[in-house]
Design a protein. Structure first.
Length: 133
């Protein structure tokens, strides 16, 4: 499954959680139940896990050359989009260059993360990402 449908699933799950409050206000809650429904759980089980499927994984290009490592995933404050922080260059964390890439640009197949069209040089040439203090 490509990343785009997976992102759609995650986005739908986040949207459902945001509107759940309004829905619960209109219908009486089930006593003793918190969290999600079994239908939502089935939907989420078909998605991908940031921790298991992408975080810390090497990123490859079309030519199977490593172009970086996924260091972090950042979700915008409005929860509309997720971005990967990809680190390239450096050795043991020294002189590494972190860049931001929208997660919908990745392809994940057979537990391998790829960034079509990327080269190590093109990733290094991207503006460096710095976290806000």
């Amino acid at each position: 499954m490509s990343v785009a449908p997976k992102i759609l699933i995650v986005a739908m799950a986040l949207s459902l959680s945001l509107i759940a409050g309004a829905a619960l206000a209109q219908t009486p809650p089930v006593v003793g139940t918190i969290g999600i429904t079994s239908e939502e759980s089935k939907l989420l089980a078909k998605g991908w896990s940031i921790k298991k499927d992408i975080l810390g994984k090497d990123v490859y290009n079309d030519a199977n050359a490593k172009v970086g490592v996924v260091e972090d995933i950042v979700v915008t404050p409005d929860k509309a989009m997720s971005y990967a922080i990809v680190s390239t260059g450096g050795f043991l964390g020294m002189a590494k260059h972190d860049v931001v890439i929208p997660v919908n640009q990745f392809k994940i197949k057979d537990a391998r993360v790829s960034l079509p069209g990327a080269t190590k040089e093109s990733v290094k040439a991207m503006p460096e990402f710095k976290y806000a203090d």
